[in-house]
Design a protein around this ligand. Structure first.
Ligand code: GUN
Length: 293
């Protein structure tokens, strides 16, 4: 069994990007610039956005954090989004979710210029991804593809079971892995809360991607010997022995499943560290006009 180390891979990718930024800048190019809009003071969102800004500094990007109070109106927020759409110095930006209840997230998302939508959440990017056009791909699926590539895990002809059908992980993951190419060319089954015979389906899988948000959902008796298991779960569970009083738990019962695997991602330290790095990859692609000319 080999651990897929997302922390080390993430550091490698960031080093490569930092070198590329140095080259761009020494050739007289513009420093890539990511902006983030953060509404309110939710602890989780603060920490995510903090991580994104820190990653920018690490690779030599410019970053801007735009804060609004919880009471901001939808109109004010949309005005800022439109301003960022027009700001030539900004290569990409994100609006950190969730937003307060009085703001329509879909409307905000659709107002973002798809050419600057480095989260890959805009319907234009989701649609382009689905039909195999160049697109910004959302962070978690892109991070998983990068891990598969770097660990030389081939997906061609493999049976992949994706557990979970969310718009930002399960569904895009299933589309990307069934498309032509590498990673891709897999036979993909999407399972969810209403799937019958889930255990039998999982036992057929060469690769399981667990993205259901239910701690310890995938047990040892659901996994074939030699399978690759990618754990996307990051549920906070109470842990009085830790400093924060919580720890992250994955969707996979690691101790039971790991001995059966050829490769497995741990939680924490697997898929998680790659997500912010994916955002950095997308911002560089935007700055280099790789997706949209
Ligand atoms: N909230 C949790 N994850 C994300 C993410 O990837 N992007 C944005 N914009 N908000 C989030």
């Amino acid at each position: 069994m080999q651990l897929i180390d997302g922390k080390i891979t993430s550091q490698e990718v960031r080093k490569e990007i930092a070198k590329e930024v140095e080259k761009i800048v020494s050739a007289g190019g513009k420093i890539p610039h990511l902006a983030a809009i953060l509404v309110g003071h939710d602890g989780g969102s603060e920490s995510y956005v903090g991580g994104k800004m820190k990653a920018c500094a690490e690779v030599g990007f410019k970053s801007s954090l735009i804060r609004f109070e919880e009471t901001v109106t939808e109109e004010e927020l949309l005005k800022k989004v439109k301003e960022l759409n027009e700001d030539a110095d900004i290569d990409g930006f994100i609006v950190q979710l969730p937003l307060p209840k009085h703001i329509n997230e879909d409307k905000v998302n659709e107002t973002i210029d798809p050419r600057k939508d480095v989260d890959g959440f805009h319907p234009v990017n989701v649609g382009r991804m689905a039909i195999g056009m160049p697109a910004f791909i959302s962070a978690t699926p892109q991070g998983i593809l990068e891990l598969l590539k770097r660990y030389k895990i081939t997906t061609q002809g493999k049976q992949v079971v994706v557990i979970g059908r969310s718009n930002i992980v399960g569904r895009p993951m299933s589309i990307l892995l069934s498309q032509k190419g590498n990673p891709g060319d897999a036979t993909v089954t999407v399972c969810h809360s209403r799937t019958a015979n889930l255990k039998e389906i999982c036992l057929q899988a060469d690769i399981i991607i667990a993205a259901i948000g239910s701690p310890g959902f995938v047990k040892g008796d659901m996994v074939k010997q030699g399978a690759v298991v990618i754990d996307v779960g990051t549920t906070r569970v109470e842990a009085p022995e830790t400093k924060n009083g919580w720890r992250l738990k994955g969707d996979v019962l690691f101790d039971e499943v790991a001995p059966k695997c050829s490769f497995i991602t741990p939680v924490p330290g697997g898929v998680g560290p790659m997500t912010i790095t994916s955002l950095i990859i997308n911002t560089l692609k935007s700055a280099k006009k790789e997706i949209y000319q």
